[in-house]
Design a protein around this ligand. Sequence first.
Ligand code: CUA
Length: 362
Amino acid sequence: MRTASNRAAHDSKRLPVCLRHLRIAATTAYFVRGSVCAFARSQSVLDPAGPQSMHVFRLWSWFLAILTAIFVIVLALTAWALTRRHRGIEQEPLERVHIPSRETERKLLWTVGSGIAATVLILFGLLIASVTTGKAISELGNKQNGMVVEVIGNQWWWYVRYVNDDASQIVVTANEIHIPVGRPVRIRGTSNDVIHSFWVPELNGKRDLIPSRITDEWIQADRPGRYRGQCAEFCGMQHAHMSLWVIADPPDEFEKWKARQLQPAVDPSDLHLQAGRDVFLKYACVYCHSITGTTANGQVAPDLTHFASRTTLAAGTLPNTKGNLAGWIVDPQTIKPGNHMATLNLKPEELQPLVDYLESLQ
Ligand code: CUA
């Protein structure tokens, strides 16, 4: 029996050379298109998911349309000017001093004057469109009384706290922000060290996080999904490895997530996991990280109470898997050079229980 791949190989041998080249080109184009789409899906201004980002997208589209039209007109005029001489106008000898007539001078003045006027008008138009968009986005926030999430930039991770007047309802997490679909969320940002910038393109524009200052930005997702964000202000060596995810859940799922996050870490009943917990509490981990329900109460690194419920490690550097976590614990400086995670001198037999314990913290 001929398999599909045999058949394909046979068919490709029969194709003429040009068709084979065409097929290679088509396949390449398909893969390029696939990767561009995958990138666009993971983080793109062109795929707005909420009212704020829709304003940004509309502004972007207007800019693109107007600037493309100007580009085409300028190219067309340049081509016209370059070919003009050859269309019947006689070449004048170089040595003859050319004095333009009154009429030509007037024409020249009119052309240059109207070019300057058009440029000023277009720039003003774009400025007005940009200011109007900014105003529309900020007015969208003024009318709302949504959820407040505090985001603090750190080299190189995001502290996330769900503000609530009732202290027992405050959720603390890192690098991942869950929000309910259709509800406006106010991101109240600041920084602990240098200037960072909070940017989730599918939800809104960039907003700087500045030390000792509070900045505000509203986001809203009108459809469930995972939206990638990225620090958009150069903040040191690992700026590129400072990403985050905003996860928009249907409201009931969001409430379930929140209820689980409010619980302290489950104390393991399994001996192996208990050994892992003891390793964690024995080493310097506790000075930086906290796990609610244990004596670990450090405040300078991500809270690990529900570590296993998060999808990435080290602010989006790696997927959160046991293998990656083991590598991260053993040698964090190779994975993300310059980060503030201490390298521990763990005994070989301590690593597996520690990894299993952390990955049990759902
Ligand atoms: Cu933080 Cu760039």
